[in-house]
Write a protein that binds this ligand. Structure first.
Ligand SMILES: NC(=O)c1ccc[n+]([C@@H]2O[C@H](COP(=O)([O-])OP(=O)(O)OC[C@H]3O[C@@H](n4cnc5c(N)ncnc54)[C@H](O)[C@@H]3O)[C@@H](O)[C@H]2O)c1
Ligand SMILES: [Zn+2]
Ligand SMILES: [Zn+2]
Length: 368
């Protein structure tokens, strides 16, 4: 079939909305009609050429939500008409990692996905007979996409898809960092560095876990205001004295749980240093620049602080994204303030501009 999609032709140039060919789903694959898709930093990171593993041409986009149009042979977990959220982090339910509760890093299709192929090593996308590679296994800046069944979360049919799409990446990452990776305990004190989509999700996750005190740190007053709306009890403008401020606010000890959601390695260090002696856990969500390292004085670890990383919030996508969306539908998570702009596919580059200007939390593309 013919589809319209936003193609990354060459790095550091605007995406081009073009007509491409999309082949039918092969066994184990699903054709999805996209309804909404968020514009995320990872798309921009790849488009800019900064990602050393990036390639072109490809169709970007990974925060998708849509409706199942057709399924390939052997597909049993979704059917035509189901509402789905796309998962760049799949869940095969069979590999050694999927069967272990300690991680969500499914091993089933990693290598092919990283190279831009579907699990059988080919693409469904093409243009004039030339293969076009997929991106993050999703390629959702497009009217339709073909994805493996194991990379689709079937969600409640009454969830608005222009909100549900945020659970495909940033929001679930933040929520999961607090709920899965750190497993924040009721009554605890938490600090979240960064009040973008990921950090605001972490604030909400800390609140859902019953944290008593949630301090959010950012450079923007507007974003700190949004953090208060998600349950932050205290806010701080970030700077070199942030660690000392947090130590002072916590009786000289530091916080039970800290979260880093900025991508800045100096802030990661602050997250470690403001975690409590004895048991404080610093959870790193941000993606640092190529070659950057996290500098930690070992004494902080010997005296009982721990550091954890979190990919997609440790969320096992097919099982847990539907659960998170049910909590949203139950009124536990306020998603509306995160959707700052609605765009058409033709405006996709405007989504990048808004993100670079830090104008709003998320732009969402809606497909007619
Ligand atoms: N681990 C994962 O699976 C995963 C998934 C999605 C995104 N990410 C990463 O998470 C990070 C956050 O993503 P986002 O979409 O929320 O980004 P964002 O840019 O919207 O938010 C980052 C926030 O950090 C704030 N900030 C910058 N410097 C700061 C400082 N010194 N002190 C305090 N706050 C500071 C900014 O003001 C901004 O509000 C990025 O690095 C992104 O690549 C990771
Ligand atoms: Zn993303
Ligand atoms: Zn797996």
């Amino acid at each position: 079939m013919k589809i319209r999609a936003a193609v990354l032709e060459s790095f550091d140039a605007p995406l081009e909305v073009q007509e491409l060919d999309l082949a039918e789903p092969e066994p184990g694959e699903v054709l999805v009609r996209l309804v909404a898709c968020g514009v995320c930093h990872t798309d921009l990171y790849t488009a800019s050429g900064a990602d050393p593993s990036g390639y072109s041409p490809t169709v970007l986009g990974h925060e998708g939500a849509g409706v199942v149009e057709r399924v390939g042979d052997g597909v049993t977990s979704v059917a035509q008409g189901d509402h789905v959220v796309t998962l760049f982090s799949p869940q095969c339910r069979e590999c050694i990692h999927c069967r272990d509760p300690r991680t969500n890093l499914c091993l089933a299709i990693r290598e092919q996905q990283n190279q831009g192929y579907l699990p059988d090593g080919t693409t469904r996308l093409s243009r004039d007979g030339e293969a076009i590679r997929h991106f993050m296994g999703t390629s959702t800046f497009a009217e339709y996409t073909v994805m493996p069944e194991i990379a689709l979360a079937k969600v409640a049919p009454d969830a608005p898809l222009d909100r549900a799409c945020l659970f495909a990446c940033g929001l679930s990452t933040g929520l999961g960092a607090a709920m899965n990776t750190a497993k924040v305990e009721p009554g605890s004190t938490c600090v979240v560095f960064g009040a973008g989509m990921v950090g605001l999700g972490a604030v909400a996750g800390c609140r859902l876990q019953g944290a008593e005190r949630i301090v959010c740190v950012d450079l923007s007053d507007d974003r700190l205001e949004l953090a208060r709306g998600q349950g932050a009890t205290d806010t701080l403008l970030g700077g070199p004295e942030t660690v000392q401020q947090i130590v002072d606010m916590t009786g000289g000890f530091g916080a039970d749980y800290t979260f880093e959601a900025t991508g800045n390695v100096n802030v990661m260090r602050q997250a470690v240093e403001s975690a409590r002696m004895g048991w404080g856990l610093a959870t790193v969500c941000g993606v640092a620049g190529k070659g950057e390292t996290l500098d930690v004085v070992p004494r902080f670890l010997i005296t009982g602080r721990r550091v954890a990383g979190s990919s997609f919030g440790g969320v096992k996508g097919r099982d847990q994204v539907p659960q998170l969306i049910d909590r949203y539908l139950a009124g536990d998570i306020d998603v509306d303030p995160f959707v700052s702009h609605k765009l058409t596919l033709d405006d996709v580059n405007r989504g990048f501009e808004l993100m670079e200007a830090q104008d709003g939390i998320r732009s969402v593309i809606e497909f007619a």
